[in-house]
Design a protein around this ligand. Structure first.
Ligand SMILES: Nc1ncnc2c1ncn2[C@@H]1O[C@H](COP(=O)(O)OP(=O)(O)OP(=O)(O)O)[C@@H](O)[C@H]1O
Length: 252
């Protein structure tokens, strides 16, 4: 379980988070959406212990991310927006290295690499150096690293950027499977149809806070019907809070 309470973070004059609260239950996928600069990546960086909040706290399974990093680290898997891989090493060398950092050894390491590699369609790429892969392929390896040790909490920040349809499906299926197995997942995206595929609940961030939170059905039920009687959609929800046109989501 992940619990973020009252997070504040400033970068000089910029307020990145201003009272950000979020709770994610085991087995739940939360789709964290919001326009550029709303604070989504800052939240992921704080929740994974990479950045300290000015105020507020994040707990994973009851442990404070800032105060108890050694306890929390094995429970977390982060695929940040920026790739963190060794470009001169092969795919399998990267997975072995990062699996080892997470404490996987021997047979368990081999089995987890095999499983995540097949699930994420990496099996043709094992011996390729990361720097020779396409952007979408690199992002797939990056997400595989986050999944490798079966963390209780997964933080995935726009993991499908640049993914072709088959790779997108592979990743979404894998994430859904991990949630069914009990992981709490925070999934950031600008592509709202992914929330349906993941059967995600929604957290909508705006100006450093979560301004709407709930199941898709509950949030949509609270919206008025359009003048033409059309049932409201997630795009309508997004537009109501951010004023941003829907096209901005797909273009992002
Ligand atoms: N390291 C940093 N230094 C200065 N400002 C930063 C830094 N990181 C984030 N910010 C600022 O904090 C605010 C929130 O940024 P953040 O990256 O968390 O937004 P986001 O919701 O993830 O956006 P996007 O959808 O573009 O990924 C923005 O105004 C951004 O410019």
């Amino acid at each position: 379980m992940l619990l973020a309470e009252g997070l504040h973070k400033r970068y000089g004059p910029v307020s990145a988070l201003a009272g950000f609260d979020l709770r994610i239950a085991p087995g739940e996928v939360v789709g964290l959406v919001g326009r550029n600069g709303a604070g989504k990546s800052t939240f992921a960086a704080i929740a994974s212990g990479l950045v300290r909040p000015d105020r507020g706290r994040v707990c994973v399974a009851g442990h404070d991310v800032t105060r108890e990093p050694r306890l929390v680290r094995p429970l977390l898997g982060l695929a940040a927006q920026e790739l963190a891989l060794y470009p001169g090493a092969t795919v399998i060398e990267n997975l072995r290295f990062f699996g080892g950092v997470q404490g996987l050894r021997g047979r368990r390491l081999r089995e987890e690499i095999e499983e995540v590699g097949v699930a994420m369609r990496l099996d043709d790429l094992w011996r390729r150096r990361v720097r020779t892969l396409s952007g979408g392929q690199q992002r797939r390896v990056h997400a595989a690293v986050a999944l490798l040790h079966r963390p209780a909490v997964l933080l995935l920040d726009e993991p499908t950027v640049g993914a072709d349809p088959a790779s997108r499906k592979a990743l979404l299926d894998t994430v859904r499977g991990r949630a069914r197995a009990g992981a709490a997942v925070c999934y950031t995206t600008h592509y709202l149809p992914e929330l349906e595929i993941l059967d995600a609940t929604v957290a909508l961030a705006e100006a450093g806070r979560v301004v709407a939170r709930g199941t898709r059905a509950d949030l949509l039920a609270a919206l008025p019907r359009a003048a033409d009687g059309r049932a409201p959609t997630l795009d309508d929800l997004f537009r109501q809070w951010t004023g941003a046109p829907t096209e901005a989501l797909d273009a992002a």
